[in-house]
Ligand binder design. Structure first.
Ligand code: HEC
Length: 147
């Protein structure tokens, strides 16, 4: 292949990618950024516990999701939407009376192991990362709040 051919191929690929990017914006998926009403919250033991949960968990486990600007841009929008809907199904601090939610042991375990908040979320929200002391404070606070 000559250099000219390679350049032409690269340009064509670029144009195709830009077109594809434009086209997927038209797919009506993950754009429905509704925050349902807050029905019932746990009886938080302290403002600190609430502040920690809000900071690290609320975007995916409450009805008070802050939807970032890129949550409107596919394909990232699909991932953000899926995580939020899926997260709320497992655990929703805004629908606390609801049954079939994850239990305290499960919460503590995911926080301790660093499984939650998910790594991919922390990349975009460095502030959601919990230090070892904050993890401990959050677990203790949840134990006191969710009894
Ligand atoms: C980026 C969104 C997001 C954030 C932030 C987040 N979670 Fe999750 N969480 C999910 C999703 C999605 C699931 C569903 C299970 C899965 O797909 O891994 C889940 C599942 C869980 C589960 C069920 C156990 C499991 O692994 O399936 C627990 C418990 C949990 N999260 C606790 C928390 C706690 C506590 C925080 C805050 C410290 C938190 N999560 C922050 C998205 C999130």
């Amino acid at each position: 292949m000559t250099v000219k051919k390679i350049i032409r191929l690269a340009l064509l690929t670029l144009v195709a990618l830009v077109l594809l990017f434009g086209l997927i914006q038209l797919i009506p998926l993950g754009k429905d950024h509704v925050n349902p009403p807050v029905l019932a919250e746990p009886n938080w033991d302290s403002p600190q516990t609430l502040a920690l949960v809000r900071r690290s968990c609320f975007d995916c486990h409450s009805n008070e999701t802050v939807w970032p600007w890129y949550s409107n841009i596919a394909p990232v929008s699909w991932l953000v939407y899926r995580d939020t809907i899926n997260g709320r199904e497992h655990l929703n601090f805004s629908e606390w009376g609801r049954g079939n939610q994850e239990g305290l042991d499960e919460l503590a375990q995911t926080i301790e192991s660093g499984e939650m908040p998910p790594f991919i979320y922390i990349i975009q929200h460095p502030n959601a990362k919990l230090s070892p002391a904050e993890k401990q404070a959050l677990i203790t606070g949840l134990q006191a709040s969710l009894r």
